[in-house]
Design a protein around this ligand. Structure first.
Ligand SMILES: [Zn+2]
Length: 499
């Protein structure tokens, strides 16, 4: 082994050590959300904070710094094979971003956001943005300061790149602007259609035990392997990043609507499949990791919405459920699950209006972090945009500017990932259907392995060795944009509402 390969082996060793600690933290966090008694929360927070320090120390260690510097030189002299160079370059980007932020600023952000949560909960419960405004002002100051260190011209881009390496706000705007125009138009046409669809027809209640068993059956049917995974209950559904061979997902059960648990399960199975397809050999390296929230989200939305709420799956699932208890026809189910109902809450939004909620948040947080809008004015900005995009009047703060937890946690730049995820999902689904002409009839028969094979081949195997938009570009054969997503929505909802 030459000197460069020895250095690469050292880089791999440290990267894996960091990943083992992260994996342990993921188990602790999963336990915290699913099993832990409530009184243990302070003790658990201390344990996680202590172990997290270990990751920071390893990432900032002289050994790791030296290793990355030596490998960067080796890349400059073309002494590292392409695959290895890809891993190192992505690791350097992560390392430099972390290294650039002063430790006291990181601590200030962590502490401010930790105490902000309670203030946000109180403000939302009492429906009063003024309670939260001073805390949010402080968070915005700190996020702006952090952003300006990483990108003095466009601090919001620094926020976006926490979740989407390589993505910029200008790039997102180019994708979102035509999408917004088309969506507002589509919503208006749907509302004036003579076809009215009841969004509640398909809903049905059942006990928690019954729902759990049914969700396990659905997860198994679409390819979730319970010898490598678990399905549990939590307040908000999530999936862990422990290891490709240890996949834990959760769902949330509504006693009055079985489909909430079913579709949260399908969404999380989508995330889990992506994790299961990562290379175990590259565990801990960028090639075995997920950096892009949009690509991650695209895997979940592909299963939950594009496949899960499509016609062939509706036929499959109604047949599947019929044997148990479901009395609706597949057409009634398909119509009802896809009803479009413009509303004030993002979390209740349907497939068409959901992205307008996201674009509204993107506009506001971009102006806010770039210093063109102040916290005191965001309520007015929210009301104005909600009127413009969805023709709705915001009734109160809890149904407006206070509805999402993200900003109280300092999460700016995350919202665009939801819509980018939908766009990536539509692009992938369209290409899957082109590459596999009998895709729909296989779904109807309850066969899904062809989709997994395509995703493994085109998406999962790369992990995060390249930027997500490049991986999607190679997978679909062109640069992703909103056109395919708009086309998909026009076709589906044009048929449903006879537009
Ligand atoms: Zn998700």
């Amino acid at each position: 082994m030459n000197g460069v390969q020895k250095e690469y082996a050292n880089f791999v060793k440290i990267s894996k050590e960091i990943a083992y600690v992260q994996s342990a933290i993921s188990v602790l966090e999963w336990d915290m959300e699913t099993q832990m008694p409530p009184s243990a929360s302070d003790a658990r927070a201390q344990v996680i904070a202590h172990i997290s320090q270990n990751i920071l120390q390893k990432m900032m260690s002289k050994e790791y710094t030296y290793s990355l510097q030596a490998l960067k030189e080796a890349i400059d002299y073309a002494e590292l094979p392409n695959g290895q160079a890809g891993n190192v370059l992505q690791a350097i980007t992560q390392y430099e971003r972390m290294r650039a932020i002063p430790a006291d600023l990181v601590l200030d952000i962590t502490k401010t956001c930790a105490s902000a949560h309670h203030v946000w909960v109180r403000a939302k419960a009492t429906n009063d943005f003024n309670i939260f405004a001073p805390t949010l002002t402080r968070i915005v100051e700190l996020v702006r300061a952090r952003g300006r260190i990483l990108n003095p011209v466009h601090p919001y881009d620094a926020c976006i790149q926490d979740f989407e390496p390589g993505m910029t706000s200008i790039e997102i705007e180019k994708i979102f602007t035509p999408l917004r125009v088309s969506l507002s138009d589509l919503v208006r046409r749907i509302q004036s259609s003579k076809i009215k669809i009841n969004a509640h027809t398909h809903k049905f209640g059942a006990t928690q035990d019954w729902q759990h068993q049914f969700c396990q059956k659905v997860a198994t049917a679409i390819g979730f392997n319970f010898s490598r995974g678990r399905l549990d209950e939590s307040a908000h559904p999530f999936s862990t990043r422990i290891h490709p061979d240890d996949l834990r997902i959760t769902k949330t059960t509504n006693p009055n609507n079985v489909w909430e648990a079913v579709y949260s399960t399908i969404h999380e199975v989508g995330h889990a499949k992506y994790r299961s397809g990562l290379s175990t050999e590259n565990f801990g390296l960028p090639a075995g990791s997920i950096f892009s929230s949009a690509l991650d989200e695209s895997q979940a939305r592909l299963w939950e919405v594009m496949i899960g709420q499509g016609k062939p799956f509706s036929e499959f699932i109604t047949k599947f459920a019929h044997s148990a208890w479901f009395k609706k026809t597949n057409h009634e189910f398909y119509q009802s699950i896809n009803a479009v109902c413009p509303g004030l809450r993002r979390l209740d939004a349907d497939e068409v209006t959901y992205n307008l909620h996201i674009i509204l948040r993107f506009q506001i947080e971009r102006e806010l972090i770039e210093g063109r809008l102040e916290v005191k004015d965001i309520r007015d900005a929210w009301h104005e945009l909600m009127r413009e995009y969805l023709e709705l009047d915001v009734l109160n703060d809890a149904y407006g500017v206070l509805q999402d937890v993200h900003w109280s946690a300092g999460l700016f730049g995350y919202f665009p990932s939801y819509t980018l995820g939908n766009i990536y999902a539509a692009e992938q689904y369209s290409k899957i259907q082109k590459d596999i002409p009998d895709c729909d009839s296989l779904i109807f028969q309850g066969i899904f392995t062809h989709i997994d094979d395509w995703l493994q081949q085109n998406i999962w195997q790369y992990g995060s060795m390249y930027d997500a938009s490049d991986i999607v570009t190679w997978a679909i054969g062109k640069k992703p944009n909103a056109a395919m997503f708009i086309q998909y929505l026009e076709k589906k909802y044009g048929e449903l509402y006879e537009l």
